[in-house]
Write a protein that binds this ligand. Structure first.
Ligand code: ADP
Ligand code: MG
Ligand code: ZN
Length: 572
């Protein structure tokens, strides 16, 4: 109620409207439903006088009735005009109360069975369910329960669905809110909504709070010149405070979803907050088949339909897009008055669904092949080089917020623990980073290489520079030309410290960096071209499967290397 700034309310029943007069003399009109009780309640609660005015005589009304058509038109216009102000006023009235949707226990119908194709994420979340159901099993052992789990992945991959499935499986109440609903209108509202939400949730523990699109409040603070957004920061601070204020094992688990974790404020990701991140990625071919299966459960498919064929035809589709495909097909089938969804309905549905998506880069097989070679290049080198990181998986499905595929590695535990990085490790990283460009060179020739490697090249340059200027890993000798500044690999380079060398040394450094980069590219090209057949095989396999796990990949490489022992990598 805008902090008691409202002087009085006047109900105009004829027009289904409330005239709101503010103390500063301004006023606004708000549409209400006929016989709406809400106005009375609000007025009473905030002790604002409410008048009812029967204005406008019958003359005007009958006039309008005579011009029936005109009346409809005018009313339509009025509704349009006032909808905005009505929304604003409604929000103002809802002040400070959390807008979370609450689903009490037993009322969330979603189960893990309804979520398909993202098995890794499901397995990880199984533990959260166990905790909510049988907290004693953990607390008896003195184990600390995660407070915050962050689901990260592209839109439509099933993050919201997964959160609901957890609540459904664990049979606990589910509080859900989109972070964008925290931030509205007046400074301080968001923060009080957060407080309110946590207060409600604690009363219902064990339960789940789900904050969708958390990047709306959780973006890096103070980024950019000209200061941040006060309201957003206050809301974020409140959220952090609430998370810290949780007693340990209070039974409230906070889930949040975002398309990108990289823009989130680092304070959110600290231990005790969202310290657990779960990647929810686009489904691969088998995953898509399973998702299609889930959505076909409740819809009659004709016998001729092969879901595995349809999974093949829909590379790059998210779960939501697959659900949409089946739904469109069902609608078309109903319209054609048929009993079963057949191939032709699915074909027409696919056309409709993809029209809105624009060209799907993965449909284009030439591009797909190039991406596959690029990523297999990275993956193969990291597998071959003894000092390099271990391959986690390689995929040609686009990453959240990016294009093309990726080859992901798990960083070496030993290095993480000790913080000691060897020269051999950094050299391997250079070679692996060059793997994408090298594969393009080897397969498509120097004229066909793409700019797809540009971020690889940035990484190479950064590592090579650090090797030369800070670690003394080059012929320029054991001299630190630059002081430590910020984290090594996290790219806070804009705070680059002052340099401590002459212009001539600067040139020598540049030269040395170039040399390291060129050598790495050469080694990468040599290693790949001497295994051309393996490279081709892996690419065929990747295009077919879209994703290869690290294990599977290593197995294939091992089999090949065993039959070609003369090609074992040169150590060092
Ligand atoms: P996100 O929150 O990641 O954007 P949603 O959970 O809102 O995606 O997904 C929207 C809809 O798409 C879901 O309600 C469901 O019908 C369908 N869907 C998405 N992912 C999956 C999946 N992995 N398995 C089954 N259905 C899915
Ligand atoms: Mg969602
Ligand atoms: Zn690359």
């Amino acid at each position: 109620m805008r902090n008691g700034q409202v002087k009085q309310l006047e109900l105009l029943p004829r027009q289904d409207m409330v005239l709101v007069e503010f103390k500063d003399g301004t006023n606004t009109r708000v549409n209400v439903f006929p016989n709406d009780q809400e106005v009375l309640r609000v007025a009473e609660a905030s002790q604002v006088p409410l008048d009812v005015r029967h204005s406008e005589g019958n003359g005007a009304m009958s006039g309008l009735l005579v011009n029936g058509m005109l009346a409809v038109l005018v009313l339509g216009l009025l509704v349009l005009l006032f909808r905005r102000s009505a929304n604003v006023a409604q929000k103002a009235l809802g002040f400070g109360r959390s807008k979370a949707r609450v689903q009490p226990e037993g009322s969330v119908p979603v189960r893990f069975d309804d979520v398909a194709g993202i098995d890794e994420a499901k397995t990880e979340l199984q533990e959260v369910v166990t905790f909510l159901k049988e907290p004693e099993r953990f607390t008896a052992l003195g184990a600390k329960i995660p407070r915050g789990v962050l689901l990260v992945g592209p839109p439509g991959t099933g993050k919201t669905l997964l959160a609901r499935a957890i609540a459904g499986e664990a049979d606990v109440p589910f509080f859900s809110i989109s972070a964008s609903e925290f931030v509205e209108l007046f400074v301080g509202v968001g923060a009080s909504r957060v407080r309110d939400l946590f207060r409600q949730a604690k009363a219902k523990s064990p339960c789940i709070i789900f904050i969708d699109e958390i990047d709306a409040v959780g973006r890096q603070r103070g980024a950019g010149i000209g200061g941040g957004n006060d309201e957003r920061e206050q809301t974020l601070n409140q959220l952090l405070t609430e998370m810290d204020g949780f007693e340990e094992n209070s039974g409230v688990i906070l889930l949040a979803a975002t398309n990108r974790a990289d823009v989130l404020d680092s304070a959110l990701l600290r231990p005790g907050r969202f310290d657990r991140q779960i990647m929810v990625e686009l489904p691969d071919r088998r995953g898509r088949e399973a998702i299609l299966g889930v959505h076909a459960r409740t819809r009659p498919l004709s016998d001729e339909v092969s879901l595995s064929m349809w999974a093949r035809r829909t590379p790059g589709f998210s779960g939501a897009e697959l659900a949409n495909l089946i739904n469109e097909a069902a609608i078309l089938t109903a319209r054609r008055q048929k009993a079963f969804i057949d191939e032709s309905a699915l074909h027409d549905a696919l056309e409709r669904v993809t029209m809105g998506l624009g060209a799907n880069p993965l449909q284009d097989s030439a591009k797909k092949r190039l991406i596959a070679y690029h990523e297999v290049g990275h993956a193969l080198l990291t597998t071959l080089l003894p000092a390099a990181d271990e391959l986690d998986k390689v995929t040609i499905l686009p990453r959240a917020g990016g294009v093309g595929g990726f080859a992901r590695t798990t960083p070496d535990e030993e290095i993480l623990d000790s913080g000691l990085i060897s020269k051999a490790y950094l050299q391997s990283r250079l070679v692996v980073a060059m793997g994408g460009r090298a594969a393009e060179m080897v397969v498509f020739g120097p004229a066909e290489v793409t700019q797809g490697a540009s971020s690889d090249l940035q990484l190479v340059t950064q590592i090579a520079r650090e090797m030369v200027t800070r670690y003394g890993f080059s012929v320029l000798g054991p001299v630190a030309y630059e002081r430590d500044g910020g984290e090594v690999f996290l790219g806070r380079d804009w705070m680059r410290p002052e340099t401590e060398y002459s212009g001539r040394t600067g040139k020598a450094i540049d030269h040395e960096v170039q040399l390291l980069a060129r050598q790495a590219l050469e080694q990468a090209e040599q290693m790949l071209s001497s295994r051309r057949k393996l490279l081709d095989e892996l690419v065929v396999c990747l295009i077919e499967q879209e994703t290869i796990s690290g294990e599977d990949f290593r197995e294939r490489v091992k089999r090949h290397e065993a039959t070609h022992p003369q090609l074992m990598p040169s150590r060092g």
